[in-house]
Ligand binder design. Structure first.
Ligand code: MN
Ligand code: MN
Length: 469
């Protein structure tokens, strides 16, 4: 429309007002690429449901792309590719940049642990002719969502001789799955009086394993013994080995397209693999960066980043310090000049539950990556509040690279809250802000994301490594 025909108000509105656009309306040409990118992502999600599996997957891609384990004895040059694995549960990857390391590193950091049900150290029991595993949930789950869905068993048992037994049961079409029972509505009158938080209680998250006994009248617990017999026959383990195990029970379903238009992805573990995957691909595609890159795929975010495979430990500080020593740089100088995208998801506005959001400051599906200036709860407590200056730098990078981004807070004020790894990156004296993908039903067994947002996360992480900061 010619400018003459627009009212002065319309012109002023176009100049002064801003709304974050729907990507499919403004850049429909992105759809085809986003759909293709999502295919590989779904494959990754279906195959990687634990932090260990994500590390193995990432390591195999890195090695195939020519990355080598970091070796403090070597002197690295621009373009050299290295990685390091922390206890099989976190992984770091680097391409050395053309700029001096003193100018800082560029970090994309995502987490690869997700909420789930861990087996207790003494998990196996029988009751009224059924055998069960006891579980202890990991991360923030809504317990009632975990009943009556097929569960798969993933993890490791370290045997007495330190050999490792890997478990992955429930993923192949012919595999059995496992399940937590719930009451039928006919008999649930009393249970229905409970609060939702109490719908299924922690000690009710018991996983059904079998219903056949070991045929021997002399045995007190024949149903338990029958499970042990099968486990011993197939995996060579005994009950005592569960004390040396990390077994995670996760939803058994695969990643699927959601919607008639196939615009969305439904899957378990998208918090935060929907950021981890594009961050990994961005790292793999980064050939000659200006600044040295550090892609972090970390563990333990869902329980507060505590533990030696989480960001609250020194493992990232030490890795970057080794890079500094290798290049003859002072780590303190390098940290202070570094910048990080804390790549984590945010809650997408849910039209069915609008009350917990503040619509003007919520993120929306298909509007791009969410730049979350601060997280936290009760007045930003527990947050790393990114500075206006750093917001300006990140927004400039995104704009220059044509990345679709939006701002977003995690819900309305005092509706709840949460945290990410950002505060632990900030502890290193690094500029950091949260940037990630909006998610519907976050932490549920089946979380929903948009393919266009996923694709823009990939563009964002790539831009952060390739554009000048
Ligand atoms: Mn997360
Ligand atoms: Mn989370």
């Amino acid at each position: 429309m010619a400018d003459k025909k627009r009212s002065s108000g319309k012109k002023l509105e176009a100049e002064l007002c801003w709304e974050y656009p729907h990507i499919a309306k403004e850049a429909p040409e992105q759809l085809e690429k986003a759909m293709a990118f999502a295919e590989d992502y779904k494959h990754f999600l279906s195959g990687c449901k634990t932090e260990r599996e994500c590390v193995n997957y990432a390591e195999s891609l890195l090695v195939r792309a020519g990355y080598e384990r970091f070796d403090a004895g070597k002197r690295y040059q621009a373009g050299d590719k290295v990685y390091e694995v922390n206890r099989g549960k976190s992984i770091l990857a680097t391409v050395f940049g053309s700029r001096d390391l003193r100018e800082g590193v560029r970090i994309n950091g995502a987490h690869i642990d997700s909420p789930r049900l861990d087996l207790k150290p003494n998990p196996l029991y029988e009751k009224n002719e059924l055998s069960y595993f006891k579980t202890h949930y990991y991360g923030g789950i809504r317990k009632y969502q975990w009943g009556t869905i097929p569960l798969a068993m993933h993890g490791v048992v370290i045997k007495k001789d330190f050999s490792v037994v890997n478990f992955n049961i429930g993923e192949e079409p012919g595999d059995p799955v496992f399940c937590i029972s719930d009451l039928l509505p006919h008999l649930a009158a009393k249970q229905s009086q409970r609060t939702l938080a109490d719908g299924l209680r922690g000690e009710e998250l018991n996983i059904i394993l079998g219903s056949l006994p070991y045929a021997d009248e002399e045995i007190k617990d024949p149903f338990r013994l029958e499970v042990l017999r099968i486990l011993n026959e197939r995996y060579g383990i005994t009950e005592r080995d569960f004390a040396r195990a990390e077994i995670e029970m996760v939803p058994a379903h695969k990643a699927r397209d959601v919607g008639f238009d196939r615009s969305m992805i439904g899957a378990y573990g998208q918090d935060d693999r929907v950021c981890a995957y594009p961050a990994l691909i961005a790292q793999l595609e980064c050939q000659k960066p200006l600044y040295t890159t550090v892609t972090i795929l970390t563990d333990k975010e869902e329980i507060g980043s505590v533990g030696n495979t989480g960001l609250h430990s020194n493992y990232v500080r030490d890795y970057i310090t080794y890079l500094c020593q290798n290049q003859g740089a002072d780590p303190k100088e390098v940290f202070s000049n570094s910048a990080c995208l804390s790549a984590d998801v945010n809650a997408a506005f849910d039209p069915t539950f609008p009350d917990v959001f503040e619509a003007r400051n919520a993120s929306y599906l298909n509007h791009g990556v969410v730049l979350t200036k601060y997280t936290g709860a009760r007045g930003k407590a527990g947050s790393s509040d990114a500075s206006a200056e750093f917001m300006a730098k990140v927004i400039d990078i995104m704009d220059r690279a044509g990345v679709y981004w939006q701002i977003g807070e995690l819900g309305a004020v005092d509706a709840g809250g949460g945290g990410t790894i950002a505060q632990f990156v900030a502890m290193l004296n690094i500029d950091v802000v949260d940037l990630g993908v909006p998610v519907l039903s976050m932490h549920a067994p089946f979380e929903i994301t948009s393919k266009l947002d996923l694709y823009n996360a990939y563009l964002a992480f790539k831009a952060f490594y390739q554009e000048e900061v």
